[in-house]
Design a protein around this ligand. Structure first.
Ligand code: IPM
Ligand code: MN
Length: 356
């Protein structure tokens, strides 16, 4: 059966990057797509950043592709567009957020010798922590947020991180603030318990302040970084120093139902509508979808190679280039076509994964 993808373009540059990503997805696999509003776009049209129809569509699809939500327009709105995304994550039950960042041959703020060997996968807990804790309130002179996490929430995301580490360099760095926070002490205890089931994977614990310096100082020493919702939000942006830009980072959010796939970057309202936003984060996100939602790791690898090759020729302004979104996407498609042609000509690859 043809897999179905719910497409939620959202705000700012979201529609432009999802359009580029869909061109790549459709070149790899026949999919049925249906679009629905989310975030500010949904607030405008329905008054709700996650309308019931949008959620229903996501639930009945095999995967969800989301662009970005938010923007200065809704800075002071009574309901913020971001609420729609947070509710969507919660309703879909996605709890493990994979955010890979590796050297792509782009200029980076790090010393090249370090960046070149860096390949980091941040596994961010996505369903709990201070993002969702109750009570929460904003008063005139006081505001409250609650940081809450359960052992089960830590256990299930830790298992995802250790399973993924087994397919990589078998190293997990668990990041917390156990010298201050009770939630982190629970985190550390449960991660240590889970690690006992993975004797072949090495575990180290780091406090978040130390880890955030080490990502810049010795990025090549990390393999999988396992961390909480808020710490993961921050550290995954920081890990962009390895790739060179936030605009090239993809992400996948996995749970027991349909996965939610979105680039790490936000709506970048100042860039919207100009046709120059970097589509690479969204395109690599399609790679993660093919791998984790549709079981096609070989096509995912082909997309990554095509992106690296395309970036040698064409770069959007955020990477110091002059190319448009479409030109970069065209270049990726051209390189994909080439790798399909060479894969097809190899015999054992004949029954390859390509669906189109
Ligand atoms: C991200 C974003 C979101 C988050 C916002 C838009 C709610 O920053 O996906 O990294 O904080 O999780
Ligand atoms: Mn973020």
């Amino acid at each position: 059966m043809t897999p179905t993808v719910a497409v939620l373009p959202g705000d700012g540059v979201g529609p432009e990057v999802t359009r580029a990503a869909l061109r790549v997805l459709e070149a790899c696999l026949p999919v049925g797509t249906r679009e629905a509003p989310v975030g500010g776009a949904a607030l405008e049209s329905t008054g709700d950043p996650l309308p019931a129809e949008t959620l229903a569509l996501c639930r009945e699809s095999d995967a969800v592709l989301l662009g970005a939500v938010g923007g200065p327009r809704w800075e002071d709105a009574p309901v913020r567009p971001e609420k729609g995304l947070l509710r969507l994550r919660r309703e879909l039950g996605v709890f493990a957020n994979l955010r890979p960042s590796r050297y792509l041959g782009l200029p980076t703020p790090l010393r090249e010798g370090l960046a070149r060997h860096a390949d980091i996968l941040v596994v961010r807990e996505l369903s709990s922590g201070v993002y969702f804790g109750e009570p929460r309130e904003l008063g005139e002179d006081e505001a409250v947020n609650t940081w809450r996490v359960t052992a089960e929430e830590v256990r299930r995301v830790a298992e995802v991180a250790f399973d993924l580490a087994r397919k990589r360099r078998r190293h997990v760095c668990s990041v917390d603030k156990a010298n201050v926070l009770e939630t982190s002490r629970l985190w550390r205890r449960v991660v240590t318990e889970v690690a006992a089931d993975y004797p072949d994977v090495q575990l180290v614990h780091r406090h978040v302040d130390v880890a955030s310096f080490d990502i810049l100082r010795v990025p090549q020493s990390f393999d999988v970084i396992l961390t909480d919702n808020l710490f993961g939000d921050i550290l995954s942006d920081e890990a962009a120093a390895v790739s060179g830009a936030i605009g090239v980072l993809p992400s996948a959010a996995l749970g027991s139902g349909p996965g939610l796939f979105e680039p790490v970057h936000g709506p970048a309202a100042d860039l919207a509508g100009q046709g120059v936003v970097n589509p690479v984060g969204a395109i690599l996100t399609v790679g993660l979808m093919l791998e984790h939602a549709f079981g096609r790791p070989r096509i995912a690898r082909a997309i990554e190679s095509a992106v690296v090759a395309a970036l040698r020729e064409r770069r959007t302004p955020d990477l110091g280039g002059k190319a448009t979104t479409d030109q970069v996407t065209d270049a990726v498609l051209r390189h994909l076509e080439w790798s399909r042609w060479s894969a097809d000509s190899e015999e054992e690859a004949a029954q390859a994964d390509w669906g189109v």
